[in-house]
Design a protein around this ligand. Structure first.
Ligand code: ADP
Ligand code: MG
Length: 763
């Protein structure tokens, strides 16, 4: 590493004449350097162009492997990061028959012919480390005799036998004998382990990386010295070195975090710059008149008082609408938290200022529901003003559609609700000032942008104005994820449910006795005229398929052998057992659509007292008369899923409860304990995230969290927070990244996220 770089740079040759500056001293001493010494100092500047040198692999087969990994240049090789590090064993610790890696030195090496046709001579080496000696055998590679002369440090991967032999399957040059110290007894070396491919092994990759080690000096440093000092981070080259050539088990992670920080910093910078650019580029209608329609409606047109969260969100929205730049806000709140009220408030503010507003939902059903809710909330008029509204979806009849389009264009229609139908090319607004996008993650970026850019208000000066945009989602997103995914949006959260909503009492039920009592409770509710859900993790009993299971009637009434209950078996069991005499309906994903509809209708109409179901009831069922939910094998479900399920009760005027059947140790600090303690979906989502381990983020990967190459969420949540704070500081100081110390950051930004990153991207 060019360690002398900063000193020699800051004090050019003439510096000695500048008395104000302290003299440049020898490294780690107070002895000053002469002018000649300064000029002669071995300064090395990184030359990133050298990283583009093509890789020169030894064998053809390897090239195919490298290509499969997408590695063509030295730079790309250095960026191919190890997935973990393996501990190298000492020779003394090898066990016969086990695959292991050892770090050794060659004492002698020789070849001897093999008495089988077609086999090349065998190479045998006597190798050692501080704990012992062994005989390593390399097959079919006679050239190793020259490549690994005595004194060579080697990394060998292979299998030891019981007689002091070691047959080598992969080998690589080890650390330089001058710097590396062979592991002694009880010690071990960490060896980087790489994602490999057909044609190239992890050990071969390590050999290549070792050969390219000098190129680390050409790796550009995107972070300014100030950033590195503030964050206590090594430079990029050192971080890469720590990952490729770990000395201690923790090196890999230290290096990875530094690289993850840079990756997250770049994405946050892109978000913030995109937001800043959008603000600078497009104006928006300023909705600032006091006492206009939306405000009047919020104050006197509602049959209920807003919750504290709703009031706060309304203020945030009002503030955004008063700006000359378009609002870009994400409103999060679970179903029933009262998002639509706020959406309507924003829309009415537009209407009150003589503009138009639109709400776009991802499905026709949702659009229809929103339209109904909005009409209900509006009544026939607001404060004496008649508001013209319409619904536009794919199934709107052609004549009606033509009429709507005409009125949107003329401005006669001031508030519209719809689906993608709203962003078809022939839809023109006269003056769209507020756009609301519901369940925005279900639209693509382009579609979201399409409404956001739709027919801006034409102003006299010929400049255009973009609508204020409010994105809504019913999924509580923990702050970390919101930052990672929607870092360019402002956020408002509705955590409290509207007053009057009954809290759901949640309890853990374990053991047969408690379970019997739980069913007693459930029956009490049924007797009182209420309804109940019983949820099971499986559709069919897996044990029923096993031979002999049915032939053993004694075991049938209790839990099946797997311990997991199945909806269809449970229905049969309950009919004869705990719920004999009640009307039960079955609902699971394996049923035909018509059967499902019948089951749901039976339950909704009250004909069925109990719905025995799988998790299909998570979506779309709303039966206010249902007051009990009993969840079997609750330990098998995720926190968010249980919370969603629980949301099916507590929708009416009656007190509701949720009974989680699980093992006795499932309470406490575990997932079920969290559900018992918290009803706030945001809190639960945060706990859920914190409890997940790497590799369990399947659901979030789909929704775009797997987008990082190095960073891992949720583990890197704190790194992300720091990256965000740093990005905010950088953008506040130097929004265009034109300061010299940010030049390389800008280059990295463009390289990692494309030239687009510097460009504004709407929505
Ligand atoms: P979301 O869109 O978040 O699912 P809605 O806005 O549709 O929620 O509200 C759900 C129901 O609660 C609606 O009937 C609405 O009128 C009602 N509601 C909203 N806010 C309140 C409140 N503060 N107090 C009482 N009821 C409310
Ligand atoms: Mg709603």
């Amino acid at each position: 590493m060019p360690a002398t770089k900063p000193e020699t740079r800051d004090a050019p040759a003439g510096a000695s004449s500048e008395h104000s500056r302290p003299p440049v001293t020898r490294f780690a001493s107070s002895e000053s350097l002469s002018r000649a010494e300064l000029i002669g100092a071995p300064v090395r500047w990184p030359r990133p162009s050298r990283l583009e040198a093509p890789l020169a692999p030894a064998a053809k087969k390897m090239s195919a492997g490298l290509l499969a990994l997408g590695l063509r240049s030295v730079g790309e090789l250095l960026e191919h990061l190890p997935s973990d590090s393996r501990e190298a064993r000492t020779v003394a610790a090898l066990r016969a028959g086990e695959q292991a890696t050892v770090s050794v030195e060659v004492r002698t090496i020789s070849a001897r012919p093999v008495r089988r046709r077609g086999m090349r001579p065998l190479v045998e080496a006597s190798v050692f480390d501080a704990t012992g000696r062994m005989r390593a055998t390399f097959f079919n590679q006679p050239w190793l005799l020259e490549r690994y002369p005595p004194g060579t440090r080697l990394l060998l991967h292979g299998k030891a036998d019981a007689r002091g032999g070691f047959s080598v399957s992969h080998h690589a040059l080890g650390a330089d004998a001058a710097t590396g110290v062979l592991a002694g007894p009880g010690e071990s070396d960490a060896v980087a382990h790489y994602p490999a491919a057909d044609g190239i092994t992890s050990t071969q990759l390590l050999t290549l990386v070792r050969g390219a080690r000098d190129a680390l000096g050409d790796v550009p440093e995107a972070l300014s010295a100030a950033t590195r000092v503030t964050e206590g981070m090594p430079d990029r080259a050192s971080a890469l070195a720590a990952m490729h050539f770990p000395r201690l088990p923790g090196d890999l992670e230290t290096g990875r975090r530094r690289l993850a920080f840079e990756e997250l910093l770049l994405t946050q910078l892109a978000f913030l710059r995109r937001r800043a650019a959008r603000r600078a580029r497009t104006g928006a209608a300023v909705l600032a008149d006091p006492g206009t329609l939306g405000e009047r409606w919020l104050e006197s047109g509602l049959p209920f008082a807003l919750t504290g969260d709703q009031r706060r969100a309304a203020q945030e929205i009002a503030h955004d609408l008063r700006q000359t730049a378009p609002m870009q806000r994400l409103l999060m709140g679970e179903v029933g938290s009262g998002k639509t009220v706020l959406a309507l408030y924003a829309m009415l503010q537009a209407v009150g200022h003589g503009h138009q507003s639109a709400l776009m939902a991802p499905t026709e059903t949702l659009a229809e529901q929103h339209f109904a809710t909005i009409q209900g909330l509006l009544g026939s008029e607001v404060g004496g003003v008649l508001i013209s509204t319409a619904l536009l979806t794919g199934s709107t009849p052609a004549a009606r559609r033509r009429d709507i389009l005409g009125k949107l264009c003329s401005g006669e229609l001031s508030l519209i609700v719809g689906t993608h139908a709203l962003i078809e090319p022939d839809v023109r607004f006269q003056a769209l000032a507020v756009a609301v996008i519901d369940e925005q993650h279900r639209f693509g970026v382009r579609q979201r942008a399409a409404l956001g850019e739709r027919e801006p208000v034409q102003t006299g000066g010929g400049s255009t104005l973009a609508p204020h945009t409010l994105h809504m989602t019913a999924t509580p997103i923990p702050r970390t994820l919101a930052l990672a995914r929607y870092g360019d949006l402002d956020t408002s959260a509705l955590r409290e449910l509207p007053l009057g909503r009954q809290p759901i009492e949640t309890r853990l039920v374990s053991g047969e006795q408690e379970r019997a009592r739980a069913y007693e409770e459930l029956r009490t509710e049924l007797v009182a005229g209420r309804q109940a859900y019983v949820v099971c993790p499986l559709i069919d009993d897996p044990d029923a398929l096993a031979p002999g299971a049915a032939a053993n009637p004694e075991t049938a009434p209790s839990a099946p052998e797997s311990g997991l209950r199945a909806a269809s078996a449970e229905l049969q069991r309950l009919r004869k057992g705990e719920l004999a005499g009640y009307e039960l309906a079955l609902l699971h994903g394996g049923m035909r659509p018509r059967e499902k509809q019948e089951a749901m209708a039976a339950f909704a109409s009250g004909k069925a007292d109990v719905l025995v179901a799988t998790t299909v009831i998570e979506v779309g069922i709303d039966v206010p008369n249902a007051t009990v939910m009993l969840i079997e094998n609750a330990e098998r479900f995720g926190i968010s899923q249980l919370h969603q399920l629980r949301g099916r009760v507590g929708r009416g005027e009656h007190r509701s409860r949720c009974l989680l059947v699980g093992p006795p140790d499932a309470g406490g600090s575990g997932r079920l304990g969290a559900l018992v303690r918290y009803s706030d979906g945001f809190r639960l989502a945060e706990i859920d995230l914190a409890m997940r381990k790497e590799g369990e983020l399947i659901g979030t990967r789909q929704s775009g969290l797997g987008q990082f190459r190095i960073a891992r969420l949720p583990e890197d949540a704190q790194v992300l927070e720091r990256a965000r704070a740093r990005a905010e500081a950088i953008v506040a100081d130097d929004p265009e990244l034109c300061a010299p110390e940010h030049a390389l950051l800008r280059v990295a930004l463009e390289r990692q996220l494309g030239a687009d990153a510097a460009q504004p991207l709407p929505a």
